[in-house]
Design a binder for this molecule. Structure first.
Ligand code: ATP
Ligand code: MG
Length: 788
């Protein structure tokens, strides 16, 4: 194991070797936080003989989880090779390597609980959800369905317009859906929500929320937010279940801790403390809580992520000692990822934010190439520029794979011109998190069949396929059946599964319904004998679905059939990965898949993704495109200083994905919202140190004062005003002593109250509660504010 530790710097080593108790690792991008977390898992198992099934590690994406498992497996196999054969793993014959890795998989990786909050919670609920009852007595069964976004949207719309007969112009279902999701992420019930919001609108949203929960329970279905909320509630209401899971997970690790929300925090708190609120009484015998994060990379506030949770770690779990004495916090200060030029630019950008805690992040790699910024005529020319750069770089550096390139953008809609350009040249690429494979009609249809086989109460899936392909069951018949089910308060399946009822309600369609029911029933009977892939094949064949595709125009028919083929392949690979071919595992995995494609040959494809999806990843060459005011920073943030700071963090995340080379681009005009609009370079470009960035002929520096006086003067004005404000604030505020309860006036945020003080005399940060804006962490030395 000493070998393993040799691949870490002293601070990382401290983090990895720390055995029991809480530990927070805070550090900037690319400083090896995720690496420390991964090595720590291997170290716990190897050195401290921790049983892998007692380790719970939370990652931000499924892909990160997969990579972490592979990493642990490799680290462990390397150790084993040395121990058993006295040789490095690579020095063994291939079959020995395979044997070792499969041994490690069985003994170690398979037992580990590594995944996203959602996938880990779904796993817990597959054991225990039947013991949960919500505040209205609603219950769920273990074969629950996980509803996808579009089904949730349809359901909410139906509740708003049909069930509650509301005007969807006044009560936009999409907005309501977002409000319900936020309520869940704060742990609020419909009643809590109504109380908290007050007013008529709040009451209506609460009413929709209530009806929505009833519909979910009736369908034995959950949405993504429930996956986390329900375990938390279950743990809160049932000590013995909490006790069970608390004793299951001795070591809990969380990556990207800055993007946890309150309910996720509560889950981690409950699991690691068993609900004990008295910090002094916490025993950390053979237990640990290890979290890593970077407040500068908090980019999910729209999902209620709250980076004050990270800042409060020391208070909540740690020893609360000053930074230079604490045993419960480690800082990492070296960046191993990016060339110095890239890092300097990123550091300079993020320093423009006022809500932050200063950090050191030193480069360990040479300066590297200059950053290049391209001004394009429009989005098509921007795509051509990127493509030419990629082709040129590959010619010069044949060792670069397609997978070494990433194109990052602010909004998913921006992928189109790049896809077209790449398609034209037959270059392999993948769009991560764009239009998802699982959102395709034929895939949703296929999954709906599987969902009703698994969960008979899932009436939403049942409605989707009862007459797909067309089998002569008319809308009126389906409506009638549905009405009966609703009147009786039972799942639709219960009605159609009863021949008498079918005969009564469905009349002449009865035979066709019975035939459909027979097909589903037959598959359900085989559920425990056949693999998910086989069930899928059977049902697609026997339901007539594949045949029905043949009626479509040829190219469409081919594409859809190919997609269904791919789904068979996915079922097989999910089974292989989990060593479990059951329908339950397949459905859980497919429902939680956030990746557009989970193919494993990613190294051979260029990645296109939004900045939000790029968190935690790294690529030798990064193109950060569409740097335009109103696009990035996003238009919603232009008049909102808090949102603007989040956009800047997002830009910081983007810049710090690059290892060797970074390209930036913006256009002179762009086709947006149906019009061709003139575009203005992003203010973030002006915030980068000009000496680090070169640009194309038409615009030597991103925003030279002569060529673009208007933009520059605005941004210069902003900057110098900011500087002046900071200066004033520094002299005025720096010397002050702060107490909880102090009132302040902030030039931008208005009046607020100090609710927490972080740091020491040398460097203090304040948590200030602003009435309408919530909590903000502010450095009083630089913020434009004064004590009242
Ligand atoms: P982010 O904030 O973006 O999530 P991170 O802090 O998690 O970044 P990692 O992804 O763990 O950083 O590491 C960044 C890169 O630096 C990786 O390629 C990793 O292998 C490498 N690295 C980390 N620590 C070391 C080290 N001690 N020696 C050499 N390389 C390292
Ligand atoms: Mg990381």
């Amino acid at each position: 194991m000493s070998d393993l530790l040799a691949q870490l710097n002293p601070s990382q080593r401290r983090a990895v070797e720390h055995f029991c108790g809480p530990l927070l690792v805070v550090a900037g991008a690319g400083s090896g936080k995720t690496r420390a977390l991964t090595f720590r898992i291997a170290h716990l198992i190897r050195n401290h003989r921790v049983d892998p099934e007692n380790i719970l590690a939370v990652t931000f994406t499924n892909k990160a989880a997969r990579e972490m498992k592979e990493r642990v497996e490799l680290l462990y196999a390397q150790q084993l090779a040395e121990l058993q054969h006295g040789k490095p793993l690579g020095g063994l014959p291939e079959f020995e390597q395979k044997k070792l890795r499969s041994q490690v998989y069985k003994q170690v990786t398979k037992q580990l609980w590594i995944g996203t909050f959602h996938s880990l919670c779904a796993r817990i609920l597959r054991y225990d959800i039947n013991k949960y009852q919500d505040e209205r007595g609603r219950t769920w069964q273990r074969n629950f369905t996980i509803m996808d976004d579009s089904d949730v949207q349809t359901l909410i719309k139906r509740i708003v317009t049909q069930q509650l007969n509301l005007d969807d112009k006044k009560f936009n279902p999409r907005t309501i859906r977002y409000q319900i999701s936020n309520a869940k992420n704060l742990g609020l019930t419909p009643n809590d929500y109504a109380r908290q919001q007050g007013g008529y609108k709040g009451k209506v949203v609460a009413e929709v929320y209530e009806a929505y929960q009833t519909a979910l329970a009736a369908n034995n279905s959950l949405d993504f937010d429930d996956l986390i909320l329900i375990p938390v509630r279950l743990f809160q209401q049932n000590e013995s279940i909490l006790g069970y899971w608390h004793s299951q997970f001795h070591h809990i690790l969380v990556d990207e801790y800055q993007d946890t929300n309150r309910i996720q925090y509560e889950l981690i708190r409950l699991l690691s403390t068993n609900g004990e609120t008295n910090q002094a009484a916490l025993g950390w015998n053979n237990r640990s809580l290890f979290v890593v994060g970077d407040a500068d990379q908090s980019i999910y506030s729209f999902r209620m992520a709250d980076f004050t949770i990270l800042l409060e770690f020391q208070e909540n779990f740690g020893d609360r000692l000053p930074d230079d004495e604490t045993q419960t916090m480690v800082k990492l200060e070296e960046n191993y990822r990016s060339r110095e030029n890239i890092l300097k630019a990123a550091n300079a950008l993020i320093e423009q934010n006022s809500q932050r805690i200063d950090k050191v992040l030193k480069a360990t790699r040479g300066a590297g190439e200059e950053i290049y910024c391209h001004k394009a005529d429009n989005e098509n020319e921007e795509a051509r520029f990127v493509l030419n750069q990629i082709l040129g770089l590959r010619r010069k550096n044949p060792e670069l794979d397609w997978g070494d390139f990433a194109i990052l953008y602010r909004t998913n809609a921006q992928s189109r011109p790049f896809e077209e350009a790449l398609n034209r040249c037959n270059i392999p690429y993948q769009v991560v998190g764009g239009f998802k494979f699982y959102d395709r009609k034929e895939i949703k249809d296929a999954l709906a069949y599987l969902k009703i086989i698994e969960n008979p109460s899932d009436s939403i899936s049942l409605m989707r396929v009862i007459n797909t392909p067309k089998r002569g069951i008319g809308k009126v018949t389906i409506d009638n059946l549905n009405n009966v089910a609703q009147e009786l308060g039972c799942p639709l399946w219960e009605i159609i599964n009863d021949e008498t009822s079918v005969a009564t309600v469905a009349g002449r369609s009865a035979g066709r319904i019975n035939q459909f029911v027979g097909l589903i029933q037959e598959m359900r009977n085989l559920k425990n004998e056949l693999s998910a892939a086989k069930i899928l094949e059977n049902v697609m064949e026997n339901s007539g679905y594949l045949d029905s595709l043949k009626q479509l125009p040829q190219s469409e028919a081919e594409e859809r059939t190919r997609n269904i083929d791919q789904l068979y392949g996915k079922a097989a690979s999910i089974a292989e990965e989990n060593e479990d071919s059951s329908l339950t595992t397949f459905l859980s995995d497919a429902s939680l898949s956030t990746d557009s494609e989970s193919d494993h040959d990613e190294t051979q494809k260029i990645s296109l993704m939004s900045l939000h999806a790029a968190k935690g990843l790294e690529f030798p060459v990064v193109f950060l495109v569409g740097l335009e005011q109103g696009l990035f920073p996003h238009t919603r943030s232009l008049n909102d200083p808090v949102a603007l700071e989040e956009e800047r963090r997002l830009c910081y995340v983007g810049l710090t994905r690059a290892q060797e080379q970074l390209f930036l681009s913006y256009t002179r005009e762009r086709y947006m919202w149906g019009y061709r609009e003139p575009a203005v370079a992003s203010q973030f470009l002006a915030e980068l140190p000009q000496e680090l960035v070169t640009s194309n002929g038409r615009s030597p520096a991103p925003m030279p004062p002569k060529q673009e006086p208007k933009m520059m003067s605005i941004s210069q004005k902003q900057r110098s005003q900011k500087r002046r404000e900071r200066q004033a604030a520094r002299t005025e505020v720096a010397q002050q002593k702060w107490d909880i309860g102090d009132r302040v006036h902030h030039n931008v945020f208005g009046e607020g109250e100090v609710i927490k003080i972080f740091g020491d005399d040398k460097k203090t940060n304040l948590a200030i509660q602003f009435p309408n804006l919530g909590k903000k962490i502010i450095d009083p030395r630089v913020a434009p504010m004064k004590k009242l």
